[in-house]
Each structure stands twice: as C-alpha cells, then as structure tokens.
Write a protein that binds this ligand. Structure first.
Ligand SMILES: NC(=O)c1ccc[n+]([C@@H]2O[C@H](COP(=O)([O-])OP(=O)(O)OC[C@H]3O[C@@H](n4cnc5c(N)ncnc54)[C@H](OP(=O)(O)O)[C@@H]3O)[C@@H](O)[C@H]2O)c1
Length: 271
C-alpha cells in the first residue's frame, strides 16, 4: 500500500482544483501526497498534474492508500463514482463529499463498511481561498475526522460546523449567496450607468464597495447594524437610500430568496 499518499480526489474539476491549490499553498499537504482521478477528461487531469506536481491516478485502485478521499463529482455522478470506488476502500479512511444535496447516508449505505463521512458545503470563492464552508459530520464521524476535514477547508477559507439537517439552510445562505451579491453589484452598476457613470468606473466602485464593506466588517468586529448606522447621518444621503430600499421590501425579498433556495435544496436532496 502507498503509505505516502494522504489525500485522493475523485473528480478533477473546479472544486478539486480549488482545494488542491489551497492545501499546497498552505503547506497542509505536499504535492506528492495528493493523487487525483478523473473520469474521461485526461487533459484536465494532466493539467492539474503539471500545474501542481500532484499524482494523476489512472483508476480508483490508485487511491487505496489515501487517508482522506474527497468526492468532488457532480451530484448526478456520485452513485457511479461510488460504485467504482467502493471495491478499493479500506477501513479507517475518511470520505469528504462536496456534492450539493447528497446526504452522508447516501454514501454510508454504499460503502459496505462503517466509514467516516463528512459532508461539506463550500461556495464559489473557494477558487480564491475565500470560501465560506459548512461541514456536517456523518453517522460514523469522530471529532478527529471532523478536525481533518476542517483543516482541508480552512485551506480555502472559513469553516463552520453544523448538523446535517441545517445544510439546506447553508446552501440557501452561503452556497447560493455569492449570486445574490453579484446580483446586487449588477444593480449598482446599472444605477451608475443610468446616472451617467462609465461602465468600468461603475463596476470598479461597486466591487470595491462590496469588498471594502465586508473587509471592514471582518476586521472591526462591529456588527453590520452598527456599521450601517455609522454611515447613516440623520437627513443624509444614506438614510434616504435605505428608506427607499426598505419601502420596497429589500429585507423581506432577501429573506424570501434564502428561504426559497433552502426549500429548493431540500427538494433536490438525495438520502
Ligand atoms: N464549484 C463550486 O464552487 C462548488 C461549490 C459548492 C459545491 N460544489 C460541488 O462540488 C462538486 C464538484 O463540482 P465542480 O464544480 O468541481 O464540478 P466539475 O468541474 O464538473 O468537476 C467534476 C469532475 O468530476 C469528474 N467525474 C465525474 N464522474 C466521475 C467518476 N466516476 N470518477 C472520477 N471522476 C468523475 C468529472 O470528470 P469529466 O470531466 O471527465 O466528466 C469532472 O472532472 C459538485 O458536486 C458540486 O455540487 C462545487
């Protein structure tokens, strides 16, 4: 058995790439301790091998020695990927799944042995090491397994741990969340253009405003409410804008959006 192998990836897509970049950048694993297997697209696999110096695994058998296996395939491909992987699993391995909507029980049932499974819900900014990831332990998961998964996802951003039945709400909030922020930025850009700003000027201002507001919130330790009040002088411009947003139901619209995404995640879930 290959004792030098620490982590094996099933799937060589965008999420695997983000995690590989993160764990190598932070020094959590060395490239030679990482192996990746892909289905058809060998160009993508060899691209990762060249870029990061990791090992390309020709088949699932080559992942047998890994302590951690990251299941980074689309939800629709998970059953097939597990069918191929299960004959090569061994006791004591940790399975980490990032597939949206696939419950730990779906994986546990197919493993044929009581393996620890952690389900993760990262989001798109994992590509720039700024993900918000929620982790949920499966039935056989011990604290040390969760700690390993936490280390893995800390390499691409911040993590929280929740019970698995809360992951649908996480999907509604932070999983789909980047799209809400982009939608807001699009609205700011359109408003800027309507008021005569050049498109690239409006975009630069809108993006930096969102980035700066989030950075200040993170670094100041203040609440969003208190920061909002700091820029809202009575009778001033911000108050006028916030009153306009509020009278059009901005807050309710956002809450409904998160609720709707959460319901949709529940409908799409596979146990
Ligand atoms: N990207 C994100 O920001 C994000 C955020 C949260 C969650 N996720 C979750 O992460 C998972 C992966 O997403 P992604 O964006 O990385 O998708 P992706 O870019 O499409 O990558 C999926 C990879 O899985 C491979 N694959 C499929 N079946 C396989 C099998 N049986 N054995 C080995 N490899 C197999 C595909 O290979 P081929 O190219 O050869 O078909 C493809 O390279 C999804 O379940 C998604 O829900 C992603």
């Amino acid at each position: 058995m290959d004792t030098d192998l620490k982590v094996g990836f099933v799937g060589a897509g965008a999420m695997a790439r983000a995690l590989i970049a993160g764990v190598i950048r932070t020094g959590l694993y060395e490239p030679r301790q990482i192996a990746v297997n892909n289905r058809h697209d060998l160009e993508k696999l060899h691209g990762l091998q060249q870029e990061f110096g990791i090992r390309a695994a020709a088949g699932k058998a080559d992942l047998h020695g890994a302590e951690v296996l990251v299941l980074a395939v689309k939800p629709k491909d998970m059953a097939q990927a597990l069918e191929e992987l299960v004959p090569h699993l061994r006791d004591g391995q940790l399975l980490v799944t990032v597939a949206a909507g696939i419950r730990t029980s779906f994986i546990e049932k197919r493993c044929g042995r009581p393996l620890a499974v952690v389900r993760a819900m990262p989001n798109l900014p994992s590509a720039v090491q700024a993900a918000a990831t929620a982790l949920a332990p499966g039935r056989y998961c011990q604290p040390q397994h969760l700690a390993v998964a936490e280390q893995l996802f800390r390499a691409v951003g911040e993590t929280v741990t929740v019970a698995e039945d809360q992951l649908d709400a996480v999907t509604g909030l932070s999983g789909s969340g980047p799209a809400y922020v982009y939608y807001m930025i699009e609205g700011l850009e359109q408003a800027g253009a309507t008021l005569g700003l050049e498109p690239e000027v409006a975009r630069k201002l809108a993006v930096q405003t969102v980035f700066g507001a989030a950075k200040l919130l993170l670094q100041s330790g203040e609440s969003p409410e208190s920061l909002r009040q700091r820029v809202s002088s009575p009778g001033g411009t911000t108050v006028a804008a916030l009153e306009s947003l509020s009278s059009r139901g901005w807050n309710q619209a956002l809450q409904q959006a998160v609720l709707r995404a959460t319901q949709r995640a529940r409908e799409l879930g596979m146990a």
